[in-house]
Structures are given as C-alpha cells and as structure tokens.
Design a protein. Structure first.
Length: 275
C-alpha cells in the first residue's frame, strides 16, 4: 500500500527506485510469470508493481534492459489483460459459499474454490450481495476483496469477468440497457443501487479494493462502467433535462459515477472516506 501511495515520489529518486526494484525481484526469485492458478494474489501484486516501476522509469529500462526487458514483455502479455463483463443469468441457489463469506478474514480459500467448481456465478452474486449491505464496514470490504483476488488467481480469469459483469449489472440494469442483456437478474432484483444512495459508498469502496487487488483494471472500469453510465444518461436527456431532480434514477446514476471516479482517482478522497 505504501509503495502504491508514494509511487510518483519513489520515481523521483533513482537510488530508491533501484533499491525497491531489486528488492522486489529478490522476493520473486525463482517465481515464473504465469497465469492463474500458478501464482497467489500477493505474488501477482508484486509482479504488477514491478511492471509499473519498469515501464514508468527510464533509468530502470536503461539499467536493467538486458535482464528484465524480455521478462517485462511476458508480464504485460500474461498479467495486464482486460476482463470484459459477462452477462450470466443462471439460477441462484443458497450454498456453503455464504458461510465462507460471512467471515471473509477467516475464509478457507482452497475449500471455497472447490465449492465454486468452475461456476463462479453464485460466488460473485453472494460477494456483491454482501458488499452492498448498508451496515458492512470498511475492513470487511477489504477482506472480501482479498478473498476475490485469491479466488481469481486460483480459478482463473472467468471469475474476473464474472465480477465485472455483476458490477455492470448493478450499475446498468436491464431497464436502462435496452440493446444489451446485462444478466445477474437475481442480484439486481435484490439490490437497486441507483435508487439507494445509502449503499453507493460501500460499493465504490469495494470496487476500489478490487482494483487495488488487481481483480479489475482501471481501464476496464472506465470503458465498461463509467462511459456507459454517462452515455445512457445523455441519450435519455438526463444531463440536460433532469438536473433539478436529485431523486431521479438518472441523476443518481451520474452521482454514483462521479463518486466512483473520485474513489479511484483522487487519493485525498479515499483517505477521507477511510478515516
């Protein structure tokens, strides 16, 4: 977290950047870059940070090109990938997954992954149902995101795409996406975030944790969530004709999109919410 927070400051010092870069390389010594299920969430986070350091620092590119240049290309190919949202609409049923998610900090990841059994729909539905509860605290949201990160590493990118699909369904329900089936009808029937500003904060904090744990790329959030929300509201004339109606679903959609951008892009806003 500290390295992420002070990333831009770290790049100002060639010495400090080199020390951190070499230290992280030693941490991963002997580890091969591979897709899930070959690495843990923490190892994936280190791989991502090494990639970001190398690609943003000309000094590292010049100094370590012979040793890390080819490795970096492999990192980009295997780890920096988009996760397009799914539109799954399977039958939800109560399973033991809810028991695991009731205490995410104590979750048994191998046992949970065996319950998912290559069908992450129920897991994803239960995760977002838990995250959208009004009384949930920030630490539990963080623990849920860590569970998601570990499950993504064990079960593969299908879980990432299902997570993105569920998030899109919550933000852009079928009633607004007339030409696009978003799926997850069981989840959207239980949780209407557009008409309930009380859960906006919990959901955007949870999604920010998912981004921080490399479950989503920031690029995907912008392309698949924020831009469609704005496009839908503009096409319906919300931006120009209903600005005075703060309780309208259109205004609440734009309010949610703005809050999401603030949480993802503005450090001071994240710190204030955490406090």
């Amino acid at each position: 977290c500290l390295l992420r927070k002070y990333f831009s400051c770290l790049l100002l010092s060639q010495h400090d950047t080199s020390v951190v870069f070499e230290g992280l390389c030693r941490v991963l010594q002997g580890k091969h870059v591979q897709k899930a299920p070959g690495i843990t969430a923490s190892q994936k986070a280190v791989f991502f940070f090494l990639y970001q350091l190398y690609t943003n620092c000309a000094y590292l590119q010049k100094t370590y090109h012979s040793d890390f240049g080819h490795y970096c290309l492999k990192l980009e190919e295997l780890l920096v990938e988009s996760y397009p949202p799914t539109a799954t609409d399977a039958m939800w049923q109560r399973t033991i997954i809810l028991v695991h998610l009731s205490h995410p900090s104590k979750c048994n990841i191998p046992q949970l992954c065996s319950q998912i059994n290559n069908n992450p729909f129920i897991f994803v539905t239960d995760v977002f149902s838990s995250a959208c509860q009004k009384k949930i605290n920030c630490q539990t949201l963080c623990d849920l995101a860590r569970v998601c990160a570990e499950v993504c590493c064990v079960c593969g990118r299908n879980v990432n795409c299902e997570l993105m699909g569920a998030f899109r369904a919550l933000c852009l329900p079928a009633t607004q996406m007339k030409n696009c089936h978003t799926g997850f009808s069981h989840l959207t029937s239980k949780t209407n975030i557009l008409m309930d500003p009380g859960i906006h904060s919990n959901l955007v904090i949870f999604v920010a944790f998912l981004v921080a744990n490399n479950c989503f790329l920031l690029h995907d959030i912008i392309i698949y969530i924020i831009k469609p929300i704005i496009a839908v509201q503009l096409s319906q004339g919300i931006a120009s004709h209903q600005q005075s109606s703060g309780s309208s679903s259109g205004s609440l959609s734009l309010q949610f999109a703005c809050m999401l951008v603030l949480h993802l892009l503005v450090d001071e806003y994240i710190e204030g919410s955490a406090q």
